[in-house]
Design a protein around this ligand. Sequence first.
Ligand SMILES: [Zn+2]
Length: 300
Amino acid sequence: MGIWKKVAVTSLGVMLFLGGYIFIQMHKLTVEKVTDDLHVLYGLGGNVGVLGTSKGTVIIDSMTLHYQGERIKQVAEKLTGTPVIMIINTHYHLDHTHGNPAFDVGTRVVATNRTRNHLEQTDMAYFAGAEALMPNETFDDVMDFNLGNKTLRLMHPGRGHTDGDLVVLMVEDKTIHTGDLYFYHHYPNIDLEAGGSVQAWSSSIDQIMQLDFDHVIPGHGPVTGRQGLKQFQAFMVQLAAIGKWALKEGISLEDTLASDRLTEDKGYMPLKLIVPIGLNREFVLKRAWQETHGQFELRH
Ligand SMILES: [Zn+2]
């Protein structure tokens, strides 16, 4: 076999392998029980919370693909024995919202007004024909829901990952779902263009810490206690300080990336998503630098 033929056969093999890998990841949903009425589904995309209430099932986020939305619906309804009546979207990113169209028209879809605006600005093509499954109950700061035996408190604690993220407190289950305001041991995305902020992130976590909870479902990574969120806050505090230091001392982006000031990221891993956008150490340092230097364009 000629060398080019060999290369072609090898790349075809690699492509089939990668295709197969993505196909398997798409289909894989791992279920973990948090309390009797609350489960987490892990898969390719943001973590999904599934809460059974006496009024029906609530899911928090819907992953990346229509097909995943169908699977989430099936698995959630099997776990709780009741139909999904409400989807909560923690923020607008596609790995948390693109499963929405797989749910029944008439499902309540709750998010902040800013999340709805971001979807309208960036994602109308995807939701064409499924506008009913975009957020249809929205709020700015706090919203409470009483669903029979369960109480939910939804709160926008401030800017961080975007300017519209919400956190869900499941009162009786003493658990919060933070969306992407908390990544456990993964480098987070910081969406400056959507009003995200390294500088503001820590005070948003202070707001979250005031809630009464024992378990935390992060946007990505396994369920933790309060301590995991505290550690992530320390990482954010350090990252914000690096951004300010670089501005004050006139440190170039290149030298900021080369500095060893970020130490709170021990054990952090780059995040695996369908589209590799490189959520790694370099990315978070770059975003911290860009924010303090005004080197980004806010989308209005
Ligand atoms: Zn996100």
